[in-house]
Write a protein that binds this ligand. Structure first.
Ligand SMILES: C[S@@+](CC[C@H](N)C(=O)[O-])C[C@H]1O[C@@H](n2cnc3c(N)ncnc32)[C@H](O)[C@@H]1O
Length: 380
């Protein structure tokens, strides 16, 4: 199977997986052994959003899923929300949640691929945002450079200068470190498993991982079942962010976010309400390990936004209850995308060759330095 076909099949399996996920009852959720981990993740997302979102903000949620962050937006008193995901059933769930929650903000929901260029052309000219959020999803864009760039283009094109792009992503450095500590290509605990999908570009000695298309199967109890996820290469992420007018301002492991904000009074009430701690007043070891697999990242928009004119700002109109007919379907131009993907594949191949050269050069310099050090030690 060609790489392009495989990528396409994998995207379909991701879409099918999320389409099948249903909203659980509150009772079932509270009984689940994953309850505390979910609470911790939700608390961390709330803290991150609160750090960068101002009162009465306009928000774009890319890969919003079933609307798990709608309550957070209400608590943060946003003014409007545009939420997009490529799983139609998830969007329908999000719309139901929105209708049930007596929202104080207006919203527009869309079904579309957030990693395709031009996603937001369905919005009226003049609609702009103060914050773009992409939670636990950005890694799905990292199978090709083009898709990650399209995500940043979508995040940037309607974001006001001074606004923020906030995301939660797997911590690639830590994942690679864990992989190097074991023999083989699989690790995890009772609740999660990561298994690298070996290919000819990844050497057996684990010394090099291409910035795009390095994939592993991820399994998380009651949530994700062997879905292919792509490693997010942090320096490449920062480079692409800069290209789209952003300045990287935060890259923090969930453990550090937890330790820093756990003691902040403002966030303690929510922490208690979400019941983040176990009966012993701590976090279970397994949950702690899984939390540590993630990073909170934030980028500040520093370049001007052509779409933004404070005098011609257009707000999302209030539409309540939001009917399924109002869900926008973002259609893509398939031919153009297929051609693009062929070009992208070639670009990725070229990049891999360059990265390999860079890695070899670094290894050569390190080994020369090591030899020189040994010789000096011998002479002494
Ligand atoms: C782990 S869920 C996170 C959902 C939500 N952001 C949250 O934090 O609760 C990942 C979501 O990304 C969505 N997704 C994955 N690839 C996507 C794409 N190319 N375009 C739009 N949504 C995508 C999935 O449908 C799923 O809803």
């Amino acid at each position: 199977m060609s790489i392009r076909k495989r990528s396409f099949e994998e995207r379909k399996s991701i879409q099918n997986h999320y389409n099948k996920q249903q909203n659980e009852s509150g009772f079932k959720r509270r009984k689940s052994k994953m309850y505390r981990l979910r609470s911790l993740n939700n608390w961390i997302k709330s803290v991150l959003l609160d750090q960068y979102l101002e009162y009465q903000g306009d928000v774009l949620d890319l890969c919003c899923g079933k609307g798990g962050d709608l309550q957070k937006y209400r608590s943060l008193k946003i003014q409007s929300l545009v939420a997009v995901d490529f799983a139609p059933k998830s969007i329908e769930n999000a719309v139901s949640r929105y209708n049930k929650m007596n929202p104080q903000f207006s919203a527009k929901f869309g079904v579309g691929d957030c990693f395709e260029s031009g996603l937001l052309s369905f919005l009226e000219d003049g609609v702009c945002f103060d914050l773009v959020s992409c939670q636990f999803s950005l890694h799905y864009a990292c199978d090709t450079q083009k898709r990650l760039e399209s995500l940043f283009e979508n995040a940037s094109c309607r974001l006001k200068r001074g606004g923020y792009f906030v995301a939660t992503i797997p911590d690639a450095d830590l994942i690679i470190q864990k992989l190097k500590e074991i023999e083989g290509w699989k690790f995890g605990n009772n609740k999660y498993q990561i298994e690298f999908m070996k290919n000819e570009k990844i050497p057996n000695d684990k010394s090099f991982f291409p910035a795009f298309g390095t994939k592993y199967k991820f399994k998380l109890d009651e949530a994700v079942f062997d879905l292919p996820e792509s490693l997010v290469h942090p320096p490449t992420l920062a480079k692409i962010a800069r290209k789209y007018g952003f300045k990287p301002i935060l890259k923090k492991n969930f453990h550090d976010i937890f330790n820093k904000f756990r003691k902040v009074k403002k966030y303690q009430e929510l922490f208690k309400r979400l019941k983040c701690l176990n009966q012993k007043g701590g976090v279970d070891t397994e949950d702690w390990e899984i939390m540590g697999l993630y990073l909170g990242v934030a980028f500040k928009k520093i370049k001007a936004t052509p779409h933004y004119n404070p005098e011609k700002l257009v707000r999302i109109p209030r539409c309540f209850p939001y009917t399924h007919e109002n869900i926008v379907k973002v259609v893509k131009n398939t031919n153009e995308n297929e051609n693009n993907e062929q070009v992208v594949q070639l670009e990725n191949e070229k990049q891999i060759v360059n990265e390999k050269k860079e890695t070899q050069e670094i290894q050569r310099i390190e080994s020369t330095q090591e030899n020189q050090k040994n010789e000096i030690e011998k002479e002494n």
